[in-house]
Design a protein around this ligand. Structure first.
Ligand code: F6P
Length: 323
């Protein structure tokens, strides 16, 4: 393999730049050229390609976002779109791809191989941490720390006013950010899509200890919570505990940006390097991940079809500590 492409796709995540850097530098180490594809699959269709030398990825390891930009491409979902993308890949002499993103990115890459035979390796880049085959995804640790910083700040004002705060954190269908930021932020309650009837459990905790609703409390709600959105849940809570002075804060996209933590930079660098080496070794349709601090590989199919579950012992811990 003489030339490979790299792109980021789907929601950006802090550490994507560190991963791009690792791909470019690892490829250079193995005498392989790299072409950056801007705006993910959309740039592949629109012919937005740029050669990447080692010097092009200098001074990016510390930045959030992605120097290659990203997109959620609707055109790539059509055969015509993928045909255009393939024509451009051939035009630029690209023999393999490193795809940094989430489930949607892996699905596209799998289909692209099936239809056009372009080999690819996926690297898990999403703050949600909802990808099977890796303990952590690139961006998760930074997002948790960003949420934690905000929670600590809200704690101060919650304490000063004796208020109950419902704080929504990201996680479209999963509660990983909520669970980790909730435990580290000392939350009195955590609501996750993975746990049934957690709102009832929360109510029970507060009913058993009536002081709680009058004093300050932090309740973390995952964006994907299925028992209602954060505002609805806060309203329901207020109906049950009218004495509480309640506020809602939605942290939103602040969690997607910022300087990646050391853990995210190391993970992203490790996975970027691993992706290049797998591609050079002739592998395809695999996702690189880290499990127990070691390289782990799963197929796109496994990654897409298997659901990553939350750590039951962490959930138990959260319940014990907030009891
Ligand atoms: O998948 C990452 C994520 O940040 C989710 O937590 C969130 O639901 C979604 O992306 C938001 O997507 P967008 O930036 O397209 O609104």
């Amino acid at each position: 393999m003489k030339k490979i492409g790299v792109f980021t796709s789907g929601g950006d995540a802090p550490g994507m730049n560190a991963c791009i850097r690792a791909v470019v530098r690892s490829a250079a180490y193995h005498q392989v050229e790299v072409v950056g594809i801007k705006r993910g699959y959309q740039g592949m269709i629109d012919d937005e390609f740029m050669p990447l030398q080692k010097s092009d990825v200098a001074n990016i390891i510390q930045h959030g976002g992605t120097m290659l930009k990203t997109a959620r491409s609707k055109d790539f979902m059509t055969f015509e779109g993928r045909q255009k993308a393939y024509n451009n890949i051939v035009k630029h002499g690209i023999e393999g791809l490193v795809c940094i993103g989430g489930n949607g990115t892996y699905t596209g890459a799998g289909l692209f191989y099936q239809e056009f035979g372009i080999p690819s390796i996926g690297a898990p880049g999403t703050i949600d941490n909802d990808l099977y085959g890796t303990d952590f995804t690139i961006g998760f640790d930074t997002a948790v720390n960003t949420a934690l910083d905000a929670i600590d700040k809200i704690r101060d004002t919650a304490d000063a006013h004796n208020r109950v705060f419902f704080i929504e954190v990201m996680g479209r269908d999963s509660g990983f950010i909520a669970l980790n930021s909730g435990i580290s932020g000392g939350a009195e309650g955590i609501l996750l899509p993975e746990v049934m009837n957690d709102f009832e459990t929360l109510k029970l905790h507060f009913s058993n200890d009536q002081r709680r609703a009058k004093e300050f409390s932090i309740i973390i709600v995952a964006e994907g919570e299925t028992e209602g959105n954060t505002y609805q849940l806060a309203e329901k809570f207020k109906e049950n505990f009218p004495e509480c002075d309640l506020r809602v804060t939605v942290l939103g996209h602040v969690q997607r940006g910022g300087r990646p933590t050391a853990n995210d930079r190391i993970l992203a660098s490790f996975l970027g390097n691993a992706a290049v080496e797998q591609l050079i070794a002739g592998k395809t349709n695999l996702c690189v991940g880290m499990v127990n601090h070691k390289l782990a590989l799963v197929t796109y199919k496994e990654a897409i079809e298997s659901k990553k579950t939350i750590d039951a012992s962490l959930w138990h811990l959260s319940q014990v500590l907030s009891y």
